[in-house]
Write a protein that binds this ligand. Sequence first.
Ligand code: PMP
Length: 358
Amino acid sequence: MTRVPVRDDLRALEGYHSPQVDVRVRLNTNESPVEPPAAWRDAFAAEMSRVEWHRYPDRAATALRAGIAEVHGVAPEQVFAANGSNEVLQTILLTFAGPGRTVCTFEPTYQLHAHIARLTGVRVSETDRSPDFTLDLPAALAAIEREQPSVTFLCSPNNPTGLVEPPANVRAVLQAVTSLPTPGLLVVDEAYAQFAGWSALELLDEDTPVVVSRTFSKTWSMAGTRLGYVIGPRWFVSELDKVILPYHLDAAKQIAGRLALRFVGEMEERVQMIVAERERIVRALDALPVDQVPSGANFVLFRPRGVPGRKVWQGLLDRSVLVRDCSSWPRLDDCLRVTVGTPDENDAFLAALQEVLP
Ligand code: PMP
């Protein structure tokens, strides 16, 4: 068999895996446990029947960008949307990182930051967080000064820990990247921001190199749509527009996203329900032999005491409850991450956990 060698710098790279197993209660990928409103589905179906399918979609996704801009009180020229926030992050890295440059991450954090960065050929500098998973600010600032990164990632609330980054930390990191001889970009990944109290959106400014990415996959109940966006200065967005492939957002996705924005109230209700359920899970975990990380997201990271994480994960799976097994990930020994589900799903998780723990 003839095989063609991959790029030298990709040879050692592992793919990104998130196994999907057929179970009754699926709490492993931080999706919304409930579907979007029926009225959204109806409006979407009605508009889909009017699409001119023989034509390319609106290349600039004008109406979608305008709608997102309105929700956030910014200009449409400050919004860039793509196929999930993963594609947003990839486009940022293709545009501002790449071979010969460096990206800084603070680990553990969302694995795709470093992974997508490596796919774009950029050097990745990973700095450890403190043992309690909070940002080690002196170490972070030292890394930025040493590495002179073109792009630095923060994630708030952070995945997989759930920790919200204190505003003072974000400001300090922003100050550090802004002061570099060649300023770098700070990307704040806010995939879970609506579940938390604070957003870095308030730091946005035309003259400041900070951008905020968001997704429709979580709070909007639309992971099936694959739609995400970033808000930043106009100069930043216009550079991304040069790099992204033409017509990358298909007509269906533009309609889906634009119509979702009509249901902000329903989205906020869902978020409230999930936050209330998260707090219920947190209280229940408090009474069990586990250590948990304070969460501002729609998931909770916990570490069973006195029993291997992998064993607990398997015990839950045997009871048809699937959570994310982080127990073998670097820096996350024995940790499991549970996504907040519906009240029934959370009951099933807690009952199964109680049975499995010693
Ligand atoms: N950022 C973070 C922190 C995430 O957890 C995820 C989803 N797991 C994403 C980005 C990607 O989301 P999307 O579905 O928009 O690509």
